[in-house]
Write a protein that binds this ligand. Sequence first.
Ligand SMILES: Cc1ncc(COP(=O)(O)O)c(C=O)c1O
Length: 435
Amino acid sequence: MGVKHVPNDIGRLWWERALQNLAGGVDSPVRAGVPVGEPTPFLVRGRGSRVWDIVGREYIDYLCAYGPVLLGHADPRVTEAVARAMCDGPVFGATHPEEVRLAERLRGLFASMELVRLVSTGTEACMGAIRVARGYTRRERIIRCEGCYHGHSDAMIFGAGASSLSEAAISCGVTRGVAGEVDVVPYNDLPSLELVLRERGRHTAAVILEPVVGNMGLCLPEAGYLAGVRELCRKYGVLLIFDEVITGLRAGPGGAQAVVGVTPDVTCLGKALGGGLPIAAFGGRKDVMSVLAPAGPVFAGGTFSGNPVCVAAAHAVLDAIAATEDFYPRLEATARRLARGLADVLARRGLPYPVVQFASMVDFMFRPGPGHRTMREARQADAHAYAAYYRAMLNHGVLLPPSQMELMFVTAAHTDEDIDATLGAADEALTHAAR
Ligand SMILES: Cc1ncc(COP(=O)(O)O)c(C=O)c1O
């Protein structure tokens, strides 16, 4: 803590080696830190709310792997469950009783998931959900919202949020044929959605969106928006898919859908479900999910789908949540302390940036005015100010996401002391950003 983050020889050396051996130096583009002008520190260890880089610097972590870390890094309940499962054999290619039990637990938590399919990543969950929707409705078109991110499959990647934001994506690697089957409308904009549905609703299989968006910073649905989307989908016979890959186990035990009181036809889960291991799921109405092979004609499968190690990690996460009294209220109280503290710091410095908080997600953008409602508004944020703030926070031992399109995640391991240290750092870091 408090050690100056100056680019050092070891970090530079590893970045050079990364550039020579990994495409673009990374396995996922956001890690190159393009918006902040430097790659995310090479991290080698995590424990609770803390991570350590390759030269032993310690950071309070709010990157949290972009969402999966919910209990804290290296939670022993998860690592022990994983070790036990590894000892019994990590993969069989046959159905395991614990897979069945996990599906039962998810059905008990998410009313919208009458039948479940386990997969390995959020990308796969969203791909599967889309294919099921097309198979069920026998329609081809999909509607998405600008700034939501549903993984890197062809149909989901252009006009999306997070680090996928690229004007070139539509012409590089994604065919015009695929792009032509997808309508991208602004989030929080019912008239635009209705316009598309009126014109092409009878050819549209599904609307997919994040009920609370975590990929254009943190963007909340306006009052009545999600209920309005639900109503329009019903009217046009279109399935509604909630991508709760981020919000699933973060917003509460039943996801954002339970908080906002809107039930989708299909739900996608991922990230926090695996406590750091790659497991995801999609599930929905029984009649819809029954189109999946072998019950129906729609294929989706995977060598590692439902593998015992990741399933054991998911059970350990669910067990830990169930065993902790007031798990979600306590988590939210920590996040609220951070959000309120940041709002105070910003107000004291006369910076008119609204702080947004939903469950254990906290964010502010360097953009004055009320919280952003759309990707167009999110793009107005001052990128240079964020880069200066990010680097100054790193100098003070606080790791933030290297892009303003991402957000801060709080875990059950973050303490009030962590939050207070973070607020002290923010107070100083904002002087750099303001300059
Ligand atoms: C809302 C949402 N959906 C889907 C995905 C894709 O998940 P994965 O990276 O596990 O493929 C992400 C990843 O950031 C996400 O934020």
